[in-house]
Design a protein around this ligand. Sequence first.
Ligand code: HEC
Length: 141
Amino acid sequence: MNVRVGVFWMLFGLSLTAALMVSLSASMQQRPDRAVSYAKDVAPVIARYCLPCHAEESQNSSELSLDTYALMMRGGKHGTPVVAGKPDESILIRKLLPDPPFGETMPLKMRRRSASGAAKKLTEQEIDLLKEWIRQGAKGN
Ligand code: HEC
């Protein structure tokens, strides 16, 4: 085998290994097995997408305030939106998906466009994060 062919196969092997490692780490990120924190992970998502309408002082017909963990757990018209351990039964999640059990899919569109770009849809990763938090017991950690 001449040197060029040898170098070719060496580089080929290296890039295969690199590609494998990248796809492995990507698949590992999909379901975080670390503890999801209310303060660090959940609250920022809620603040960005939901607080423009679900803050305590806003006149929201659902009567649901999401400013704090305690207010979220108190819930609105339809009771507490979170069933600990059961994301699929939690209104908080079901209202984010197409075909919610009542009313509109959240976040509802803003009438006026806000500078922060609020009311855009959550990404799949953000929804997964909220689900994982509920799966882990929806703690106020
Ligand atoms: C533009 C305003 C607006 C935004 C942004 C918004 N909501 Fe709402 N939300 C409403 C209104 C109005 C209702 C009542 C009508 C309905 O249920 O569709 C509601 C109802 C709800 C309810 C039902 C509460 C109950 O007990 O009836 C949940 C749960 C909810 N929203 C969650 C969220 C979450 C989570 C976000 C952020 C991802 C969000 N909303 C963003 C306006 C908004």
